[in-house]
Each structure stands twice: as C-alpha cells, then as structure tokens.
Write a protein that binds this ligand. Sequence first.
Ligand code: BES
Ligand code: MN
Ligand code: MN
Length: 480
Amino acid sequence: MALDLQPVLQRMDADFESALQRLCALLRIPSISTDGAYRAETRRAAQLLTNDLASLGFAARIHETDLHPMVMAHHRGPESDSACHILYYGHYDVQPPDPIELWDSGPFEPAIVDGPHGRRLVARGAVDDKGQLMTFIEAFRAWIKVHGTLPVKVTVLLEGEEESGSPSLDPFLETHADELAADVCLISDTGMWDIDTPAVTYMLRGLVYAEVTLAGPSHDLHSGMYGGAVVNPANELLRILSALKDDRGIVQIPGFYDDVRELSEAEASQWAALGFDEAAFLGGAGLKTPTGEAGRSTLSRLWSRPTCDINGIWAGYTGDGAKTVIPARASAKLSCRLVPDQDPSKVFEGLRSFLTQRTPPDCRWQITSHGASRAVRVPTDSAYLQAACRGLESVFDRTPVLMGCGGTIPAVGSIQRILGFDSLLVGFGLDDDRVHSPNEKFELTCFRLGMKSHAAILSELARLQTTARPAGRAAPAASR
Ligand code: BES
Ligand code: MN
Ligand code: MN
C-alpha cells in the first residue's frame, strides 16, 4: 500500500520554524574536525544527532574511531522484504571559521537575515553540511509523525571527519560492512544548478593535498648582512611553485595528465546545452575574467579537468611594520583536484619529484600528505537516480539537471569500493553560499525544498519495491 506524500509535505510546512530551530541548535556547536581544541564539541554534535535520531525511533548510537565518532542509525521501515534499503550519508563536522573578523555575525551564532531570495541562515556549516543533512532528517521526522514509519528501510551514517579528509572512514566501512549494507547511498552535500533548478551530481573530482616546507639557512638571517649572497627559501619556494603551471595553465608535474581522458562528444554537448551563466558564476566571486587551462570552457575546467593550486603560503615576517629578515624556511599547502582514472598516489609522487628535482643548493624539503581521494563517477541510468529525479521534479516543478562538481566527497569513492554500491548526490547548495568562507549561508527556500524533496524521493523509492526495483547490487566486501 502506497503511503500518501501530501500530508507529509504539509507537516513539513507546518513544522518549518521548529525545523529551523533544530538546525540552529546543531549550528551552535563548533564541531571543527581539523582543530584538536574542538574535539569535545565535535562529539557534542554527534551526540545531539544520535539523540535526535533515537527520538524518531531509530536504533542510533555513536561509534568511536581514532579521531571523531561516527553516528550510525537504523530504521527498519515498512517491514516488507521487498522494500529497498537506503544508506543516508552526511557529515556533522565543519571547516574552521577563519578569518573570523570577516564574519558579519558569530560563525557559531546562526543568524537569519534577508536576501534576494528571502530569508537565509548564516553560520559555519549552514550548507556544508549541517543544513543539508538536516533536510533528510526532517523528511524522516515528518514521514514518521504522519505515517508512524518510513516507507523504505533506512540506515544513517554521519561522520565527523569529512573536512579532515575522512581518515577513519575506510577502516570503519571495512569493519561495519555488514551493518552498512544497502542498495544505494543518498547524500546531500552538493549543489543545485540554480535557485529554481534542482540537480543530481554524477561526478566529483578527487583530491591530493600536500604540505611542503623548503628549509635552507640554519636560522633567520639579517637581510642586510646576508641578502643577495645566500639562498632565500621564500624566494626559492615562490619560484618553484610558480613553475607548477605554465603560462597556458597546463600543470607541469611529470605524468600529471597521463590518465586523463577527454570528455566524450555526447557529454560535452550535454554540458554545452546547460546554458551555464559564466558571468554570474564569476560575478558571484567578484570576478570578470575566465581563467584556467587554455582552450577549455569554465564548466570543463571545473568538472572534467584536473588542476593544482596553492591553498596557503607563509614564510618570514608577517607582523606589523618592517623586519628585515631572510627566512630560514618557507611553507605552502597545495591541492591537486583530480578527475576519473588519475591515481592519487601517482600524482603525489609526481608532485614530490617535481619539487625535489628543483631543490636549491643547501636546501631540503619536508613534504607531507594530508590525504588523497580518487575522483568518482556514478551511473546516470539507474532506477534509483530516476526515482530521485522524479521526486525532485515533483517538488520543484522543473526537470533536474545532471551535473558535475569540482569538489570532493571522499565517502562516495569509499562506499563504492568497500560497500559495493553507488551514491546519489542530491544537494541543495548554491554557488554563492560561501562554502568554507566567512558568512557561509543556506537559503531557507533551499532548506524547505530540500526537506520536501527528500520526502518525495522516499515515496518514489518506496514505489521501486513493487515495480522496477533493480535486481541485486554489486557484490559488497561482505554480504549479509
Ligand atoms: N561538501 C563539500 C564538497 C563540495 C564542495 C560539494 C563544493 C559541492 C560543491 C565537502 O564538504 C568538501 O568541502 N570537501 C573537501 C574535501 C575534503 C577532503 C576536505 C573539498 O572538496 O575540498
Ligand atoms: Mn560537505
Ligand atoms: Mn566542506
């Protein structure tokens, strides 16, 4: 028997202000996973979510890891053997709020302010990913309040290390593969095409992140006594990093493009037909001029081409006034975004040899990795994806766009590889949400439509059990 969606959607409208308050309570917890000082706070966010899921009737508990805890919760759904089983994944950790002085209000004091699309919620984690993971939790809440149950079997996995590269995720998936078995994973941690148009993301870039230090003199030197006659690691680091890309924007790391495939004609024309508004994209970042690998469109630069960027750089004296000094060392944080078929360890080793081949006399490198993950693609022809699209279309009254994404979610590749099933990336962020930046925001209209979309997707997934439920899934590491 199909359960009715309409009363669920109405319930979400009626409960919207309290949903907002629940999200604000989560946003007030500074669960910054990359900073050891926030370990207890990060756990507090996990505990709040565990309690919330338990209050909805989930069997929910915290699982310890070497770093931040995992929240895992199960709902048995309609107790029919033919119901499909969905794993929902999200992350409750957030990026550090720095630079803190650029926020208009406290990063962990959620503020509701007016904008061109109505009210918006400003806080660290508003869209990445607390606001988005609450879209499916609120959909569960409404379904359970109205119908007493969920229409499919649900497992929830919320991690607290995504912004730190998910170091505990692979071992956790390996030891809990049985308990995490499902037909498909549903993730809300990406964006929409625009404020009116929902999207399903079918590719994510991968990431290699390195921290490099070039060390030279034994200590900082007076720049008058030594300058011009000795090696300056800051000058040298800049010279070497400048050579990472040539003047056509081509990355010079040996072998970097070896495994990169050209986009198919079909995909290229599909993307061209999307009508990407490049001026609006650049304008949203205060820019006008498209930049990057020569001869490529902005969308292909973002979605289908790898790149390499300096994410941070420091050396010598950076305080007030002048201090004449030749720094003993200079450092940078570097990230490479990868596309399908690139091997992260090969790229990391290529970067290492690029740097070491250019080591100036009397200098040495320290090179450390802060994680690596492969790019992923998910199939666009699955019955699950079609069900998600029908759900989105019913709420937005618009055909969803299939899109790529320049960002990285390590869990998608890990779930594919270790649990043996694919993910559906259905996100509700916008390009101008200032993800990872000061004044991160989530449009309340995106929050509301996100919740409703999840409710509608649940009812579409429930239909799969009686009609075209896909037969089986790829063999997981462990079967149950
Ligand atoms: N939610 C983002 C990924 C993302 C970014 C999706 C932009 C859509 C648009 C995720 O939380 C994230 O920030 N990932 C990191 C990788 C991680 C290993 C630190 C990223 O892409 O930098
Ligand atoms: Mn995220
Ligand atoms: Mn993020």
